[in-house]
Design a protein around this ligand. Structure first.
Ligand code: BGC
Length: 752
């Protein structure tokens, strides 16, 4: 019972009256009983950091406080590649830089959950020491097409990879007693019209592909918060859909943490988002508080729904460093974290080509370093996933640190262009990624004569609010193509090599040019130490062990989802209707390798692919039935003459008699430690019968088919090195709720 009626004007006053209870972890009920409706509404509506004096400069937002009840405001900060706060503050000579870690695609490409957990620990430590409470990460949406502008923040086209990597990240961050927000829940597959677009998806694809990573990560981690996405799903905004936020998330999966909306401004009304299961509306406006109050008063929003969400919010608040008066230092160990980011980005790099053992380089020498990006390395993507990092080691600096000599005339040429571009950009505010400057053949021939080696860096940048273009972004520009061809011709004529470094967060076309250079290293957007990490791989200080977590198609039109995606040019470039107001997922569950393997289509580089400086032999595997599925083991031996690590992927082909299934699906993966030449390690895997299930949408049930499964151990999805049978004796079914159904026809594809 409330002992005192507090007039509204006192609600946010900084004084508490003697009789007011103060929030503790064990008196949340009492606090709820003492809150006025106005105060409850205030708690459920956040504030932009800039609209509050309680936050940390540059953070994304805050929750609101109720000082009279001892409820503090807590700080929410982006984002996946590091803590996104302002590096400088007015009238303060200290700096507040945060470590720029590798982007999501790079982290996932390590196939190393323990390493990702360490990165999470470091990011969580910076969250804590910079006075923030919840990190708005990880981003874990599925890469439906290579064209989504935010793929760099996300992990994979495969739900198991995305779910396992996200859980490791969450566990690492939260070991610091700060929170995470797994996002964006769910099917936030495009940036074009992301606030309004209706993603039209079959319940099977929703369950198996788009919700699965969230479900997996919630099994093995307990993120404090989940962020409901901007888009609609089958006709309803995900933020307003209790079928998604309650029936599936809470009733089926047992999640008891907080759901906050993504940063949604003008979407009225907002009360139904509270009823649907959000405890925090972000960024938050006064009118939303009024809206909640009015709808409680007129009976459209129940007080019990409000109380339920307030309880969830307070349960989160009492866990925060703010509430627990943590004295943050503003001095995380940036040096130690720089060493970690260098290690993580090295391990995420994928060696795509290495003809005649061009790499590792035998000696350091004189390098003709081509490509504007070599001098202007791209550490991360743009938007909320960007980090204000203290520096970026570009490739020129990384190679110089490793003892190479960079051709100074070429360097001067590129750096002058960069200065010019920076100036133009400052005046025009245009896109910073200008095209590759032209270099004449004669100049390239002269450079070939004067240098030992050529390196070209290709750069791509993408980010929030915009999807990628096909021409000049997914594909090479004409200048880039000519540069690769001309440099290769000139250097090869003199018996010298060309290496291409790909500095991007996403997939690009490779088929038409991958045969030209002697080696190609996909460096991703590797964080602030990128140039050093590339040098570590080129010199052989580290043997590459990254593998692709997505398919590199031959052309963009090979991706079936591209028929239903707002591509930058052509008939799909709309401002209304198909692919803008709604997007049909006709490819259904055939996303990424599930399509290419099931429909027998060639690719440029398959899912799971990546070369090493050494070679590995896979033993005969052992697959043993358990009461709940099977365990498997395989011994990997380093058969080459350099040390290295190997990521092994366990795929399963189902009998496929009851339901049409993809040709093979990843069910587990594992990675060796560093193996010296001749050394072996036995990797183990565990797969449950439920992991083998597919979703039968007609019956609303998960079905594990009985029969003979083929368990395959791959170096990539197209390079299966060993296999063994597994007999599932009993068919299993698991009924779930019939929700998120299709509201319009969808011509889904199927291989049969
Ligand atoms: C993004 C979120 C981000 C939020 C706060 C939104 O626009 O979609 O990922 O966490 O802004 O910056």
């Amino acid at each position: 019972m409330r002992s005192l009626v507090i007039p509204l004007f006192l609600a946010s006053a900084s004084v508490s009256l003697a009789n007011d209870p103060q929030l503790r972890a064990d008196n949340i009920d009492e606090i709820i009983n003492n809150l006025t409706l106005e105060e409850k509404a205030r708690l459920l509506v956040g504030r932009e950091n800039s609209a509050s004096d309680k936050g940390v400069p540059g953070a994304a937002g805050v929750t609101q406080d109720i000082p009279r009840l001892g409820i503090p405001s807590v700080v929410l900060t982006d984002g996946p590649a590091g803590v996104r706060i302002a590096p400088k503050r007015k009238g303060d000579s200290n700096t507040y830089y945060a470590t720029g870690f590798p982007v999501g695609t790079a982290l996932a490409s390590t196939w190393n959950p323990a390493l990702v957990e360490n990165v999470g620990k470091a990011i969580g430590n910076e969250t804590l020491e910079y006075g923030c409470d919840v990190l708005l990460a990880p981003g874990m949406n599925i890469h439906r097409t290579p064209l989504c502008g935010r793929n760099f923040e996300y992990y994979s086209e495969d739900p198991v990879v995305a779910g396992v990597i996200a859980a490791s990240y969450v566990n690492g961050v939260q070991s610091n007693n700060v929170g995470t927000s797994i996002k964006h829940f769910a099917v936030n597959s495009q940036e074009t019209n992301r606030i309004e677009v209706d993603e039209v998806v079959s319940p099977r694809a929703i369950r198996e592909i788009y919700l699965k990573p969230f479900e997996i990560s919630l099994h093995t981690s307990n993120p404090w918060t989940v962020m409901s996405s901007y888009n609609k799903l089958n006709g309803t905004w995900t933020q307003s859909n209790p079928e998604l936020l309650k029936t599936i998330l809470r009733d089926e999966w047992g999640y008891d943490g907080l759901v906050m909306t993504d940063w949604t401004n003008e979407r009225r009304p907002s009360y139904e988002r509270v009823a649907a299961g959000n405890a925090l509306l972000t960024p938050g406006h006064d009118w939303q508080e009024t809206d909640i109050i009015e709808h409680v008063k007129n009976g459209t929003l129940s007080m019990s729904d409000v109380d339920q969400q307030v309880r969830i919010l307070l349960e989160m608040v009492v866990k925060t460093p703010r509430f627990n008066h943590y004295k943050f230092s503003n001095k995380p160990d940036l040096e130690a974290h720089a060493a970690l980011t260098r290690q993580a980005s090295t391990e995420g790099m994928v060696l795509l080509e290495n003809r005649s053992q061009t790499l590792p380089l035998k000696t350091t020498g004189k390098v003709a370093l081509f490509g504007k990006t070599s001098y202007d390395f791209i550490a991360g993507g743009t938007g909320s996933g960007d980090v204000n990092k203290p520096y970026v080691v570009d490739l020129k600096t990384g190679l110089t640190n490793a003892g190479f000599t960079i051709d100074s005339r070429l360097q001067d040429y590129y750096e002058a262009r960069k200065t010019l571009n920076d100036k133009t950009r400052a005046i025009s505010g245009e896109n910073p990624r200008y095209d590759e400057p032209f270099i004449s053949r004669r100049d390239i021939e002269r450079l070939a004569a004067e240098n030992d080696l050529a390196i070209i860096t290709l750069g791509r940048q993408a980010g929030e609010g915009r999807d990628r273009e096909i021409d000049g972004d997914f594909n090479l520009t004409q200048n880039e193509r000519e540069l690769i061809e001309n440099v290769a011709a000139a250097f090869h004529a003199l018996g010298k090599k060309l290496i291409v470094i790909m500095n991007m967060g996403n997939v690009m076309e490779t088929e038409s040019w991958k045969g030209i250079p002697d080696a190609i290293l996909l460096a991703w957007q590797p964080g602030q130490e990128g140039g050093n990490s590339v040098a570590d791989v080129l010199t052989g200080k580290e043997s590459p062990s990254g593998k692709l977590t997505m398919t590199f198609p031959i052309t963009i039109s090979d991706i079936p989802a591209v028929n239903n995606f707002p591509t930058g040019t052509g008939p799909n470039n709309r401002r209304n209707g198909k692919n803008y107001d709604y997007t049909n997922h006709e490819e259904d569950i055939y996303v990424g390798y599930r399509y290419f393997t099931s429909f027998d289509k060639p690719v440029s580089y398959p899912f799971g692919y990546g070369l090493s400086y050494t070679t590995f032999k896979y033993s005969k595997p052992v697959v043993k039935a358990t009461p709940d599925g099977f365990t498997a083991s395989i011994t990997v031996t380093n058969t080459g003459d350099t040390e290295g690590k190997e990521a092994v992927q366990l795929y399963v082909s189902a009998p496929g008699k009851d339901m049409v299934k993809p040709a093979r699906e990843l069910k587990a993966f594992n990675k060796t430690a560093i193996l010296k030449p001749g050394e072996s390690e036995t990797l183990t895997f565990k797969v449950s019968a439920q992991d083998l299930a597919s979703f039968n949408e007609n019956e609303s049930q998960w079905q594990t088919e009985a029969g003979l499964y083929n368990v395959q151990f791959g170096a990539s999805v197209n390079d299966i090195r060993a296999s063994a049978p597994y007999m599932q004796k009993k068919a299993l079914t698991k009924k779930v709720n019939n929700v998120l159904s299709l509201k319009r026809d969808l011509n889904t594809i199927s291989p049969q």
